[in-house]
Structure formats: structure tokens, C-alpha cells
Design a protein around this ligand. Structure first.
Ligand code: GLU
Length: 313
């Protein structure tokens, strides 16, 4: 679909989206993880990267922020490569829960099956699905996958990890509920800790764009030219992003943007146009659903101006 876009046109649209929404002050930083409340809310970066690695950027694209829920995409990638699509569907599920991302109720009414790898219960269960003989081995695989997608040695932001570890009682409770329903496949404390680490990895908007461009390119990182995931799994990941990537606001996002997307409470949003490009945005203030306000506005405008909506004919 779509006509070929020039990098000049993409850069102009990116610069304009940054200019148009820089002054928006709606939304609030996440504060249930205390360290996230301290991030400068004026930070705002946009990178649009083509599947061949050429990119346009505007604003603050090179400073670190916590990947948070966007990490769920890459742990899902690893789980698909480990246990296959049928294993993931059978043990986690592939449908939206219709409830908030940390809902206990959703877990209880579905007999302990999380239904979806992007809610916290499903993401912790996805961590537990990886074949590992120790916490270190489990973590190596997750960090290794994030690094393969980003094309550089990403690291945990220690302050974020400490802050999340001190306040993740709810996620620990979800892990124990999964365990009690026999839908967790490793030790609950270990799975929650590794999950907390994966959410605490620091990325830049540029890194996020490379990670997305790797999905857009069918699993081959355009910077390193290395394969990060088997090609057959990419459409499955994009399907999950399409259905539940923006929490309970995913329907509105699809209505307005029309692309697979994934947000995180650190303020990042990734959108992917399969075969073509990725849009990465970063701006900390979130709406009531937990999605970056400026990130959604910029993604919507870029999708419209560049004609990227996958549902448009
Ligand atoms: N680490 C966060 C949590 O588990 C991630 C949530 C998010 O980005 O949605 O609550």
C-alpha cells in the first residue's frame, strides 16, 4: 500500500508534528512508580525510521527513558521463538481482556489465564515461559532480545529498577495468582523480578525507532543487518499490538492512527507500518489510560499527513 515517501517529506512532517504539539501540557507523568514522576515533562522526541534504517527526527531523541510496557513486545518475540505461536496462544492467549493492564478481575474471571501478553499478568507469564535454568539465564535472554532489536547494548536504569522493585507489590500479587492457577511457568518471585528489570531498561527515542524498524523490516535490524526474530512471528506480534497495544484506548488509537502500536508508562509509544517504517515518540505526560498525550497526537498527525493508516483504501 501507499506511495513511496521521500525522506525530505518525512522530515518535514516530523518537524511539523514536533512544532505543533510541543506546547501541549495536558496529561501527567506516571507517579505510581515514584521515579517516573520526576522525569522532565517537557521532554519530547519523535523519530520516523524507514525499514532500511534511514530516519527523520525532531526534538529530544537521544536521552534515555524507561522502556516500561513496550518491553512486553520484545519478550513476546523471544517467547514466540522459544515455545512457538501455539505455545504462546495456549498458555497466555491472544485476545484483549477489556480491562485495565493490571487487572486482577480479568485474571480471576478467566480462570487464571491472562488472555494477552501485553497486560501485566500476561507479560509476567510470558517471562516465565522462556526456557531458563536460572534468573540470570532468563534475564540474559530478555536483555539480549531487546539489544538485538535496538542494535546496541541497552542497560537497566538502576534508579528506575530500584523504584519499581520497591513499589511492585501489585505485580508480585499477580504473579502469585498466576502461580495458584498453574498459569505461571517459573518461580513467581523470579518472574516478577525479571519482568521489573525488563521494564527498567533505558532506551532513547532513536533506539525505539530502530526496534520498530526491525519489526517493519520483518525481523531484520536495519542497523546491524542481523535477524532479531523469525520472520513468521512478526505478523503475530503486530496483531497483538493492533488489538491491545494502547491499553483500554486501543480502539480509539486504531480509529485515529490505524497502526499496530505499543505504549509504555515511561512515555514512549511505538507504531509500525509493516514493510515500510516505524514511528517512535517520547513524551512523559500520560492520559488517564496510561498513554503519552503528545505521542498520540504526533502519531495521529504523522499517520494522516504521510498517509500511513493501514485501514485506508
Ligand atoms: N513496569 C510497569 C508495571 O508493571 C509497566 C506498565 C506499563 O508501562 O504499562 O506496572
Amino acid at each position: 500500500m501507499g506511495t513511496a515517501l521521500t525522506l525530505t517529506a518525512i522530515q518535514a512532517a516530523t518537524t511539523e508534528a514536533h512544532r505543533a504539539f510541543q506546547g501541549v501540557t495536558d496529561g501527567q507523568n506516571a507517579d505510581y512508580i515514584p521515579v517516573l514522576a520526576k522525569v522532565d515533562p517537557s521532554r519530547f522526541g519523535i523519530v520516523v525510521m524507514l525499514a532500511d534504517g534511514k530516519a527523520a527526527e525532531a526534538g529530544d531523541t537521544r536521552s534515555l527513558f524507561a522502556i516500561e510496557s513496550i518491553s512486553k513486545v520484545f519478550t513476546l518475540a523471544r517467547a514466540l521463538d522459544t515455545v512457538g505461536a501455539d505455545g504462546v496462544r495456549q498458555k497466555i492467549g491472544d485476545n484483549p481482556t477489556g480491562e485495565s493492564f493490571s487487572s486482577v478481575h480479568a485474571l480471576v474471571v478467566h480462570g487464571g489465564k491472562p488472555l494477552n501478553p501485553f497486560v501485566n499478568a500476561g507479560a509476567i507469564a510470558t517471562v516465565s515461559l522462556l526456557a531458563a535454568d536460572s534468573a540470570a539465564h532468563r534475564w540474559e535472554q530478555i536483555l539480549g532480545t531487546q539489544r538485538a532489536f535496538a542494535g546496541r547494548d541497552l542497560e537497566v536504569m538502576d534508579e528506575v529498577y530500584r523504584s519499581e522493585s520497591a513499589t511492585n507489590q501489585h505485580n508480585r500479587a499477580l504473579a502469585w495468582l498466576l502461580d495458584s492457577a498453574h498459569t505461571l511457568y517459573s518461580d513467581p518471585t523470579e518472574a516478577t523480578d525479571v519482568y521489573t528489570r525488563q521494564c527498567s531498561v533505558g532506551i532513547t527515542t532513536w533506539d525505539l525507532a530502530v526496534m520498530g524498524a526491525t519489526l517493519a523490516a520483518g525481523g531484520i535490524n536495519p542497523v546491524t543487518r542481523q535477524r532479531a526474530i523469525r520472520a513468521e512471528h512478526v505478523p503475530r506480534i503486530l496483531a497483538e499490538m493492533t488489538m491491545s497495544g494502547l491499553y483500554d484506548n486501543t480502539g480509539t488509537w486504531q480509529y485515529e492512527v490505524g497502526l499496530p502500536g505499543k505504549s509504555g508508562v515511561g512515555g514512549g509509544i511505538l507504531a509500525v507500518v509493516p514493510g515500510r517504517l516505524a514511528i517512535a515518540t517520547f513524551s512523559p505526560p500520560l492520559d488517564r489510560f496510561g498513554n503519552s498525550v503528545r505521542g498520540q497526537l504526533a502519531s495521529r498527525q504523522l499517520s494522516a499527513v504521510l498517509g500511513l493508516n493501514l485501514f485506508a483504501t
